[in-house]
Design a protein around this ligand. Structure first.
Ligand SMILES: [Ca+2]
Ligand SMILES: [Ca+2]
Length: 507
């Protein structure tokens, strides 16, 4: 689970002690692994993804003592902690960059990607940053440009330089030696660039005056073959730490074939690259669209590799907002009954939706999905002991919050918990889609001694019918509405309310 805790210091920002205060909750849910987005020292130009010290905690979140205590407390509860690893770039305030930019003769000059202006003056080539505009910024002191695939305050490290590779490995070792259970690696497609610095081909819609990242073919800056060697190096470093096993997860925003390459083929790379297929779902998505995401993904998954599923993250609108709040429960049934690792972005377990962030106070277009965790119906949803949380709380916090849902046996939170309990008890391996139409998706999961049928109604109204080639009956193990557990259902006469999902144990 991607976690956000609460603010224990009263400054409005979530912090490490705040997460520690809520570990009972994650344990109560049945969560196995907690993942924190960057907590490292940072000027916070890009919410901590601009790091100025990879081996220190930003004071916003606490200090190293808080971290050590948190890690210990997580392990005592038999949970694991995964941290963010951001190897593509540093902050422009990182001592490495300060040293690199001070002169062309600096021993760290080659630690970043520098280039002379083009022969006619101006940027070295037409490369564009992911956030728009040129990927090059001019540095007047030394008369060269430095590369940044993201913000100008996030200069790209030169991962072709062996000293840089070693320095980054030492960062990993620092945290591994503390006992961290693994890493989610940021911005993997962007690790290395083609060193010839040739222009990238443009698409017809490309406007040289307002260059847009999506209007170019990123053949020299994205998913280069050499990225894989680097990931393999990290994997073999983690493999030196045997007990416990350390996990490596990749963030790869790319087409499926490129994503799948990061499993490593005959080599070991990521345990899994995040599967972002469901991030594209919206309010007009049908059961067939959901089916297509699942079948495309499983069809492309290399043999013997481990799948995973993600409903949301900090970069996209919350699933409950995109698809509709009423579908939050059935989407969790889907997430937690598909084969492989399920990843929950904090708040999805209670059906949180995006907050309204007024334009004049908005710092980032992604603020709405980053609003504070809704703990209770009190002021600021119980997130902060201070006056004001770092972002506004979503309006529905009075009804959508942990405290209310813990007390309500039919809540989304209790459903989530029940699904996790069923998962840990049943150890299903087999998976087969048995029915799909515009409204209904149904599939079976089989374990050694039992078999389950999962039926989800993604349609706009209630549904009554039978499934293709399914006869017999089952007992309701999980009902997304938390009302008819234990009911006996005949497969030739199934009734589902709008957005209802059932997990049936086949008789
Ligand atoms: Ca705080
Ligand atoms: Ca790079």
């Amino acid at each position: 689970m991607v976690v956000e805790g609460l603010d224990s210091s009263g400054d409005g920002n979530g912090d490490l002690r705040g997460i520690m205060n809520r570990l009972d909750y994650f344990e109560y849910l049945g969560i196995k692994i907690l993942y924190l987005s960057p907590i490292f020292k940072s000027p916070m130009v890009d919410n901590g993804y601009d790091i100025s010290d990879f081996t220190d905690i930003d004071p916003l979140f606490g200090d190293m003592n808080d971290f050590d205590e948190l890690l210990k407390a997580i392990h005592i509860r038999d949970m694991k902690l995964v941290l963010d690893f951001v190897p593509n770039h540093t902050s422009d305030e990182h001592p490495w960059f300060l040293e690199s930019r001070c002169s062309r003769q600096s021993p760290k000059r080659d630690w970043y990607v520098w280039s002379d202006p083009s022969p006619g003056g101006g940027v070295p080539n037409n490369w564009v940053s992911v956030f728009g505009g040129s990927a090059w910024s001019y540095d007047a002191t030394t008369g060269q440009y430095y590369l940044h695939q993201f913000c100008p305050e996030q200069p790209d490290l030169n991962l072709r330089n062996t000293e840089v590779r070693q320095a980054l490995k030492e960062v990993l070792m620092f945290w591994l030696n503390k006992g961290v259970d693994g890493f989610r690696v940021d911005a993997v497609p962007h690790l290395v660039e083609d060193s010839r610095f040739l222009d990238e081909p443009t698409k017809p819609e490309y406007d040289p005056l307002r260059p847009n990242y999506d209007h170019m073919e990123h053949i020299y800056t994205k998913n280069l073959e050499d990225n894989h060697k680097i990931v393999q190096e990290w994997r073999s470093l983690l493999d030196q730490y045997k007990l416990p096993y350390r996990i490596l997860i990749g963030e790869i925003m790319a087409d499926l074939p490129d994503v799948m390459k990061y499993y490593g083929g005959r080599y070991s790379e990521f345990d899994f690259p995040f599967n972002f297929g469901f991030l594209g779902l919206n309010e007009s998505s049908t059961a067939q669209d959901v089916y297509k995401v699942i079948s495309d993904y499983l069809g492309a998954l290399p043999k013997g590799k481990w799948p995973n599923w993600v409903l949301g993250n900090h970069d996209v609108s919350r699933i409950g907002t995109k698809v509709g709040h009423e579908y939050s429960r059935s989407l969790n049934v889907l997430l937690l009954t598909l084969p492989g690792t399920a990843v929950t972005y904090y708040g999805e377990e209670i059906g949180m939706t995006d907050a309204e962030v007024p334009l004049k106070t908005s710092k980032d277009f992604r603020d709405p999905q980053r609003s504070p965790m809704q703990w209770c119906s009190k002021e600021n949803a119980g997130f902060t002991t201070g006056m004001k949380p770092w972002l506004p709380v979503a309006e529905n916090f009075k009804t959508v919050n942990v405290e209310e849902q813990m007390a309500d046996a039919t809540s989304a939170l209790q459903l989530y918990r029940e699904l996790l309990r069923l998962r840990s008890l049943s150890q299903c391996l087999g998976f087969k889609i048995v029915h799909v139409d515009t409204s209904i998706l149904a599939y079976t999961r089989s374990a050694k001694y039992c078999k389950f049928l999962i039926i989800v109604n993604f349609g706009q109204e209630s549904w009554t019918g039978s499934l293709n080639n399914m006869s017999g009956s089952g007992i309701v193990e999980v009902d997304s509405e938390m009302k008819i557990r234990g009911a006996h259902i005949l497969f030739d006469n199934i009734k589902l309310n709008k957005a209802q999902a059932l997990v049936l144990k086949i008789q």
